[in-house]
Design a protein around this ligand. Structure first.
Ligand code: MG
Length: 178
């Protein structure tokens, strides 16, 4: 095993992360996607507020720095996270990214869902995600597709990749965030 000093010396300049999530649509709950609420007759069930896009981004960030995943950090079995704002999860992942000495360069996301149409909301979602990540909106890619041939009309799926770039000395980054 290399020493901690050796590990720092060989810290990669960039790291990639990948996140996936899926949630089922459910009546009687607001639809949250990318930290904003969309007008729709159904929302997404499951863990917390069901924001499938923020969950996949969170897991991509955590994966990029080899941290425990969203389910480990915020177990659905813990009543504390029932109905929680998923922004809390994203902020924890960002904190871990910064502690590791990295910043977000860009992300790219694919949303797969039958309805509602994402086009009219895409700019608002991209701007909110960019704001949450502290990056320009032109560093947030967002594509929406319908689940053609998947037989998943009542499900929203998300795939996300994130690129991190090394920012300064990780020791200093750790001190700053304390
Ligand atoms: Mg989820």
């Amino acid at each position: 095993m290399p020493s901690a000093k050796d590990q720092r010396a060989t810290k990669p300049a960039t790291r990639i992360g990948y996140g996936f999530d899926s949630h089922e649509f459910r009546s009687g709950t607001p639809l949250k996607l990318g930290g904003i609420t969309l007008a729709h007759d159904k929302g997404l069930g499951g863990h917390s507020d069901g924001d499938v896009l923020l969950h996949a981004i969170t897991d991509a960030l955590l994966g990029a720095v080899a941290a425990p995943d969203i389910g480990d950090l915020f177990p659905p079995s813990d009543a504390k996270w029932k109905g929680a704002d998923s922004v809390v999860f994203l902020r924890e992942a960002l904190k871990r990214v910064r502690h590791a000495g990295y910043g977000v360069a860009n992300i790219d996301a694919s949303l797969i869902l039958a309805a509602p149409k994402i086009g009219p909301h895409a700019t608002a979602i991209r701007m909110r995600v960019a704001q949450l990540l502290g990056i320009p909106a032109d560093c947030v890619g967002l594509k929406a597709k319908t689940p053609e041939g998947l037989n998943l009309e009542n499900t929203a799926l998300t795939h996300v990749v994130v690129l991190l770039e090394a920012r300064g000395n990780p020791k200093k980054a750790r001190k700053k965030t304390k």
